[in-house]
Design a protein around this ligand. Sequence first.
Ligand SMILES: CC(C)(COP(=O)(O)OP(=O)(O)OC[C@H]1O[C@@H](n2cnc3c(N)ncnc32)[C@H](O)[C@@H]1OP(=O)(O)O)[C@@H](O)C(=O)NCCC(=O)NCCS
Length: 207
Amino acid sequence: MTDGLERRAWGVEALEASGDGPAIAALAAAFRDNPLNVAVVGGDPERRLDSNRAGMRQILPSTRRGGVALAARTPAGLGVLLAQRPGAYPLPPAPLGAQLRTSWAQGLRVALRWRRVFEHLDRIHPRDPHWYLATLGVDPAAQGHGAGSALLAALLRRADRDALPTYLETDRAENLPFYERAGFRTEQETAIFGARIWHMQRPVGRD
Ligand SMILES: CC(C)(COP(=O)(O)OP(=O)(O)OC[C@H]1O[C@@H](n2cnc3c(N)ncnc32)[C@H](O)[C@@H]1OP(=O)(O)O)[C@@H](O)C(=O)NCCC(=O)NCCS
C-alpha cells in the first residue's frame, strides 16, 4: 500500500463510553459524503460533518443500551460498528434533552428530514427476530484496509451463534459487493429524498 497501511484482520473491541469522542469523529467523517446524508443535509460538507456529529452523539448511547458498539483501531483511524440486538428495534426515543440538543445542532429542517427517513426505513424493517446492523463507518483515512470487514465479521459471528439473520440498509452502490461477499442479499430497493436505499439481509446458516 502506498500509504504504508497494510490490509489486515484488525482486532475488534467493545467501544467503551470513554471512547465516544473519537468514535463520533470517525463516524461523522465516514458518512460525510454518503448520498443520503447529502440529500438530507445539503451540499455543504462542513455542515454535514457538524450535523453527523450531533446525530452520532445522540445515537451512540442509546445503541449501546440496545445492542453492541464495537471498534477496530488502525494507525490511520478508527472503524465503528453499532448494532441492535434481536428485539431491541426500535430503540426507545432518546431523552428529550438529547433530542432537543440534536435538533438545535442540526437545525429543525434537517432534524425533521431525518425523522422522515427513519419513518421510511421503519416501514420496511423486518419484524422477525434479527440482528440489525444500524451503523458501520470507518475513518476515511483508514478505509479499504480491512477494518470494516473485521467489524462486520465480529457481528456476523454473533448472529451465527444466535442462529439469526442480520439486516441492514445502505445508500452506496459501492458497498454492495462488500456486503454481498459476507452473505447479504438485496431484498428491496427504495428511495427517499432522491437517494437510493438497498435493504439487505443475510439469512441464517449461509455456507
Ligand atoms: C463501507 C465501509 C464500512 C467498508 O469498510 P472498509 O474498512 O473501508 O472496508 P474493508 O477494507 O474491510 O473492505 C474493502 C471493501 O469495502 C468496499 N468499500 C466500500 N467503500 C469503500 C471505500 N471507500 N474504500 C475502500 N473500500 C470500500 C469495497 O467492496 C472493498 O472491496 P475491495 O477491497 O475488493 O475493493 C467503509 O468504506 C465506510 O465507512 N464507508 C463510508 C460509510 C458507509 O457507507 N458505511 C456503510 C453504511 S451501510
